[in-house]
Design a protein around this ligand. Structure first.
Ligand code: NI
Length: 386
């Protein structure tokens, strides 16, 4: 079975949904029209719908005979980016666009939902999870906190994201970590203001901050096992207002990424130590605010295998990569995988030419892969709930 025939036949319809959603993007937790659009489609096909979980989240439930329950998850939110594409379906909302392909993710899950509601070639229950606020706000975490898994018990959960640069017609999945943990930090260095010509009368937080920026890079190069991945990026450095004054304080902000909770712990601990000791060495004080946003996205090995097999039934084994490196980007599907075994797969979105990369103002989801993604969902359900 390559692409499922009845799914291929609804390609045009899926493209229409996808382009409608693309033209009408909504930002995290504001996906009201999007949720209404999805709920209306699901109800049209006789699927039971639960609205309002995590604010704008929608869950459709489809049962066919006796069997276990699984969840399929798509994300719904757009980004605060102004679209620069000149395409007929470009965003009608200034400063807001689907630049991560969540429009395509919804259309693929809708396509699968419609097919499954008619064919019912499975025994058990499928929860079609449309999750708000994947970007920055952790809508996935909120769904879990609001008791999604109590209200909708399931044995496994699956996610899918398009991947620009991975050719269309290919999938990639791997056991273990596939996306990184995402932490934030803010470091306030407190010195003593002085005349810039009399530095010995003050404590310079700019110099201390500069030493901290440099020393933080020793965390990845010296405190982390060279065979483990970690990133420490200082992305903001704020201090001072004029030329001839040494300011009182400097603020550094940035992000940490790691693929395992162990490395994440090590980086955090080392960051505190480096900041405090370097600041002290300069006679300055330092305060660290460290915040864990998303855990690493870790695939269950058996479920990654199930996902790979389902993808192989659609595109053939040779088009499913199982040894691709993880990404140091992050994903709030991680919160769901912390609670349930499951897996997260990438579907090739094709060429990155013309700026078609995630979070780029010239990104657009590749409509030719809609039937592949929908067929993947359908074959996953038909194989897991056989
Ligand atoms: Ni995304």
């Amino acid at each position: 079975m390559p692409v499922i025939k009845t799914i291929a036949e609804q390609s045009e319809q899926m493209t229409e949904w996808r382009r409608h959603l693309h033209a009408h993007p909504e930002i995290a937790f504001e996906e009201h029209e999007t949720a209404a659009f999805i709920a209306a489609r699901l109800e049209e096909w006789g699927i039971e719908v639960r609205r309002g979980i995590a604010g704008t989240g929608v869950i459709g439930t489809l049962t066919s005979g006796e069997g276990p329950a699984i969840g399929l998850r798509a994300d719904m939110d757009a980004l605060a980016i102004h679209e620069t594409n000149a395409i007929p379906h470009r965003s009608v909302r200034a400063g807001c666009m689907h630049a991560c392909g969540h429009d395509g993710h919804m259309a693929m899950l809708l396509g699968a939902a419609r097919y499954l509601s008619k064919s019912k070639k499975f025994k058990g229950t499928v929860h079609l999870i449309f999750q708000p606020a994947e970007e920055n706000e952790g809508g996935g975490r909120v769904m879990v906190e609001q008791g999604m898994f109590d209200e909708f018990p399931m044995t496994a959960i699956y996610g899918m994201h398009n991947w620009p640069g991975l050719p269309a017609g290919r999938f990639a999945v791997r056991p273990g970590p596939i996306m990184a943990a995402f932490d934030l930090f803010e470091i306030t260095i407190v010195g003593k203001g002085a005349h810039a010509a009399m530095p010995h009368l003050g404590v310079d937080p700019v110099l201390a901050g500069s030493a901290i920026v440099t020393a933080l890079q020793s965390i990845t190069s010296r405190a982390t096992d060279p065979l483990e991945a970690a990133v420490v990026s200082v992305t903001q450095f704020h201090a001072g207002d004029t030329w001839n004054v040494i300011p009182e304080r400097a603020v550094l902000r940035g992000t940490v990424r790691a693929l395992t909770p162990e490395v994440q712990d090590k980086v955090e601990m080392t960051l505190y130590r480096v900041v405090e000791s370097i600041a002290a060495g300069h006679g300055a004080g330092a305060r660290v605010h460290y915040e864990r946003r998303y855990p690493p996205t870790i695939n269950d090995p058996a479920e990654a295998e199930n996902a790979a097999k389902a993808a192989a039934t659609v595109v053939g084994e040779s088009h499913v990569e199982q040894d691709r490196q993880p990404s140091m980007g992050s994903e709030d599907f991680a919160f769901m995988l912390e609670k349930k075994p499951g897996s997260y797969i990438w579907i090739g979105n094709g060429s990155v030419e013309g700026g078609c990369t995630l979070h780029n103002p010239r990104y657009d989801f590749n409509d030719t892969i809609l039937p592949l993604g929908a067929s993947y969902w359908a074959s996953l359900v038909e194989s897991r709930l056989a």
